[in-house]
Design a protein around this ligand. Sequence first.
Ligand code: XIL
Length: 325
Amino acid sequence: ETTLRAAAAKAGLFFGVAASPGRLSSIVAQEFNQLTPENDMKPSTIATSSGGLQNTGNADTLVNYAQSNNMLVRGHTLVWHSQAGALQGASQATLNTFIGNALTRWGNRIAYWDVVNEALDDNNTGARRTVWPHTLNRDANGDGDLFDAGDTDVIRDSFIRAKQVVQANGLSTKLCINDYDVEGLTVQGGTPNRKANALYDIVRTYRQYIDCVGFQAHFNDNPNSIISNDLQANIQRFADLGVEVHITELDIDDDLSNNDIGQGQADNYRKVVRACLNVAGCTGITVWGIADSESWRASERGLLFTGGNGNYQKKAAYTAVLDEL
Ligand code: XIL
């Protein structure tokens, strides 16, 4: 095969890209068969303070483009502390209204929705973020966890709502939870990845409402999770829960100065693809942009192409991915 999408399809995966309307050059449809709006479906763009929809034009452009080019769409994202716009600090009731409006607005034109994004705290604590709406983090029966019927938990409650909407409307849209620093079983130095473990507990506990798990995979150079191959083991344990696993926002720093074991960016890309291919439940990989210069982390040069503005050149990382697929 000569394109990423053809090679991925043959291997049973989708291979996607994040994009905005201004980046829809021909390479998008040639190389990718899945599209994630990089910014245009975030609450900061499309949500009103009462959970209604506004400014859906760019999102529609992306969805229509994907549909005409036979690409899956990942909706990104419904409940997120960042780029929350008018939903910042909203009640669960308002979040639920928004979830209903967004899911029904696009229906089955969206194959996967990131219902909850980045719910877990940084620094490998395994704790929830504390910036969620005020209804959160009650522990109704005082047993120290948030998994009781009487507790209010934005993760659980958002997924329950999303699942209700999907079922009431006969949709096939799959509902995902997405996060970063959850990719490996361990973090640098072999410490257990408590954030990944917390995500695992959430998915296990709320399995009936959650269909898929996204590992963002904004990797620094030679992340422990790739070196030690525990990316694959971590994908496997989530897949064993019966959810689809996706690599949702892949970019890999090419900073060779930090490269202590002599692996390059192309090899790291190869390892990520291989880890996904090796687990049947890993059904797709999405890179977070086309060219390095257009990336949200441009200085890391973490993507598959150089160039820009529709004029792109393939990097060694591109060739490695195509070959590995
Ligand atoms: C980033 C976009 O790439 C940027 O253009 C924007 O300025 C900020 O958001 N995790 C996510 C994505 O889930 O939505 C973020 O995208 C990158 C980190």
